[in-house]
Each structure stands twice: as C-alpha cells, then as structure tokens.
Design a protein around this ligand. Structure first.
Ligand SMILES: [Zn+2]
Length: 498
C-alpha cells in the first residue's frame, strides 16, 4: 500500500466593506464593472493603500489557527499575465506572510473510523483577488468587480491522507471563519475556494510527485477529487509508471480529474517587494484588537456543549453549526437556569425547541438561522416558556400556540398566557368537575366503558383504551385544552370505577 500526502490551499474572501487596496465596494452579485476605480484597474501611477480591516481579519484567522504574527509583514508583487488582472501582477505576500507556522485540530465521526488529527498550517497570506472571466459562446466577458477584493490564502502542510480528512478540514475551517464573522463561507459563490495537492509514495519514502487539483467548489468535491486522484496515482505506480507532476481539473460531471497543464518546474513569478506599500508593523493596539475579536472555536464549543450541558453529539453538532444559534442556546439555558431550572434539564428542553419547532418556524418565516438574534422569540422569552412548561403551568399544545402569539404580537410568553387564560389546570377537583360534565354528554361511551371494566376481557382491552382516550379528549376540550392531560386521564379512570 502507498502513503498519501494531501495539502490544501484555501482562499477566502474577507467580509470587508471595501477592497484591500482601494475604497471600492466589496460585494458579490453587483452589476458588472460598477465597483472599480483606477487603483483596482491597475492604471499607471496609482497608489494602493492597505485596508487595515483586511489585515485585522486576516490576523484573526491566523491567530485562530495558532499561527504567529510576525513583527513585520509586507507585500510582494507576483508577476504574471492574465486578462482578469490588468496590472500584470498581483499584490500578494511571499517572504513574510501575516500568519506563520500554526495548526488546527480536526475531529469527526468519519465514514469508517473516527478522524482525529492535527493539521499544520504553513502560512496565511493576504492578497488581492483577480477579476472574473465569463465565457459565452465565442466571446469572453470581463467583470472587474472582484479585482482587488481582500483574499486570504491559508496553506496547509501535506498532513492529510484521505479525501475524507480534507473534506473535514474544509468543513471545520468554513465553520471557523463564519464564527469569526470574516467570511460567509459560500463555496458556490466562490467566497471559499480550495485547491488541493496530493502525492503518494511507498511508505517511508517521503513525498511523491505532486499533482494539484483545481476547481473543487464544494467540500464533497474535495473528497471525491482527492480519492479519485489517489486511486489513479496508485494504479500508475502499480504498473511501474511514473506520475507526472501536473495540474488537473476536477470534472464534476464525469467524476474524475483531467489534465489541465503540466508543470515541470515551479513557476517563477519574480516576486519582489511592493514598493508602493510600506512594511506593516503591527502595534500593541492592533494586536489587542485582533485578540479581542477572537471567539471560542467551533470544535471547542461543540465538545463543551456535550460536557457542560449533557447534549448528544447530534444535538451539539446541529446547535454549533451557526454561531448565532449556539449563542442563542447558551443565553436561553442561562436564563432558564436563573429562573430555577436545572442546567441539563433546561439544556435538553431548549435544544429540543430550537432544533424542532423553532427551526421550522424560522424556515417558514424566511429568517436565516444566523439571524436568529433578531427573532421576536428571544432567548429570554424561550427560557420563560420552558420554565412554565417544566412547572406544569402550561400544556404542550398551548405552549406552541404561545410561541405563535409571541411572534405575532411581540409580547412576553407570560403576558400571552395570562391574557388568553392558558394557564394549565392542575386542580384535580376542578378537572373532576369538568369530567363529570363531559360524562353527561357521553352516556353511551361511559356505560360501555363501565361494562368493560366490570368484566375485564383481554380481547377488548384495545377498545377500552381507545374509548378512554376519547373520553379524556372530551374532558380536555371541556377545559379549553387547559387541563393537565395526565391529571385528566387519572380522573377519568377514577370516575369510571365509581
Ligand atoms: Zn478600486
């Protein structure tokens, strides 16, 4: 068997309002060529100016990946010609990238066996994106809106071995940059793009001939492309052939990689320091602003949710999918805990509401999960509701109606329940009175049931239960749905035996 070495280069669009070296708007989907100026169009004689926000967001990612931020970081010109880049060079970082020598732990259930691995990060560097070429028939159109958009490239060491590990890396990195709020992670729109490189060799022989795979615009394609490539190269070696060092493209329609260009030697981009941008020396205030903006990493939060709140892996994973959702969850649990509910009980109830009814309602109302902070049923309100349910003050059915009313009227659950008279009826005496009134209108059913009870018959047990449930339903209806169903059930059984 062979040993495989997989490295990834992930590009992320930083969510800065303006581009990295000019004041043009940085946005996806605008009318072509409307967000451009002489700087990002590369006119002669213009001067770029660094957007400090791009540098700050880049450093946030670097620090979250345990990278070191050097005392001095600067930019280089990477020379190459391509129609989507009018300057004929790209401003990038080469000798002193903003983030150096870090790592990230990846963990997951895995398809066959659990995955747990530390992936070293070689570097993170800041650069400008190029424009976009759109090929239609015999013409190619150019949209330069993307030219100059802040791009952070994250380069790993070749520490992964399977397509699945690389897929997990992308998924976790995507979650991380979304938690930091520095990238929307949308792979379809290209705000997170990955190139992979893979080489295989006999164990102990080190890296083999490196093949790069481009056009991997989903984490699934990363897995499929790499697994395909590992199989392809293994077959080559089995047949005694040599693997060619080249760049290949993933063809998603044919589920295979195809040659794009052969790269005998590393391209010489003639990097040289960008003379128009000064060396960036992060000062204490800048570094503090970076550290202050860091958040608990998604994997750490996922594990803590299981430990601290007793959630299942499935629940913790779903809640941690979006930072806003996990923030909401914790705020609600804390509020319910303050109102006297035990922590695990509160967590279980709140997780069930969030992952069930509330997710459903958000979908219905067209509210994205990451905008849950603006939802009318805020964490404090959900906590109050859950506390009322736990105390038996409100029935499950009325709780659902309360949620709908809270959303409609923007009021607290207590006010809604009070105004509607939805407090659950717990007094057995009052419920018994309601039951007797209901019995009066159901004489036939009551007689049948009493007969069945007087002469127990196993064959008719199912019928007895169905009729009892029917009667309990009548009692609940008689109280406007307010009676506690368990007490109502017990009262009906008791009255029938009298
Ligand atoms: Zn511009």
């Amino acid at each position: 068997m062979y040993q495989s070495f997989i490295g990834l280069e992930v590009h992320i669009h930083l969510l800065t309002k303006t581009k990295v070296f000019c004041a043009c708007r940085s946005a996806f989907g605008d009318e072509p060529n409307t967000n451009i100026c002489p700087v990002c169009m590369g006119y002669p004689g213009v001067l770029p100016a660094l957007n400090i926000e791009s540098m700050r967001m880049g450093c946030m990612v670097a620090r979250s990946l345990s990278c070191t931020i050097p005392r001095e970081t600067w930019f280089e010109r990477k020379q190459y010609f391509y129609p989507d880049m009018t300057k004929n060079y790209q401003i990038s970082q080469f000798a002193s990238p903003l983030g150096q020598a870090g790592w990230i732990d990846i963990e997951g259930r895995g398809r066959e066996k659990p995955i747990k691995k530390r992936v070293r990060i070689k570097e993170c560097h800041l650069e400008e994106d190029a424009g976009k070429m759109i090929h239609t028939g015999t013409v190619s159109l150019l949209d330069y809106n993307r030219a100059g958009v802040s791009l952070l490239e994250i380069v790993t060491e070749p520490d992964m071995e399977t397509g699945e590990e690389a897929e997990l890396f992308i998924q976790q990195l995507r979650r991380l940059v979304r938690y930091l709020g520095v990238c929307d992670g949308n792979m379809e729109e290209g705000s997170l793009r990955a190139d992979a490189n893979v080489s295989i060799n006999l164990p102990g022989r080190g890296l083999g001939k490196k093949v790069e795979i481009k056009n991997l615009n989903s984490s699934r394609f990363v897995r499929l492309g790499l697994d395909y490539e590992i199989r392809r190269q293994a077959q080559f070696l089995d047949e005694g052939k040599e693997v060619v060092q080249e760049t290949r493209l993933w063809n998603e329609n044919r589920d295979r990689t195809e040659p794009m260009r052969t790269k005998e030697n590393a391209q010489d981009y003639r990097y040289f320091p960008e003379p128009d941008l000064p060396v960036f020396t992060p000062d204490a205030a800048f570094l503090k602003s970076v550290e202050d903006a860091l958040v608990e990493l998604p994997l750490a939060r996922f594990k803590r949710f299981m430990d601290e709140y007793g959630l299942t892996e499935e629940q913790a994973d779903q809640l941690c999918e979006e930072k806003a959702l996990s923030d909401y969850f914790e705020a609600a649990v804390r509020a319910a805990f303050k109102e006297g509910l035990a922590k695990h009980d509160a967590a279980e109830r709140i997780a069930n509401w969030l992952l069930g009814d509330i997710k459903h309602i958000l979908g219905r109302e067209g509210i994205p999960v990451n905008a849950i902070a603006s939802f009318r049923l805020g964490p404090g309100r959900l906590a109050s509701l859950v506390v009322m349910i736990a105390a038996g003050k409100i029935s499950g059915k009325n709780a659902k109606q309360t949620v709908e009313a809270v959303i409609k009227e923007d009021k607290d659950p207590q006010s809604i329940v009070g105004e509607r008279g939805w407090e659950q009826l717990n007094d057995p005496k009052l419920i018994a009175e309601a039951a007797l009134a209901a019995f009066a209108g159901e004489a036939d059913t009551v007689n049948t049931l009493r007969a069945l009870i007087a002469n127990p018959d196993n064959a008719k047990e199912k019928r007895r239960r169905a009729l009892t449930a029917y009667l309990v339903g009548k009692v609940l209806a008689a109280t406007g749905g307010r009676a506690d169903p368990r007490i109502a059930g017990a009262q009906v059984e008791e009255l029938l035996r009298r």
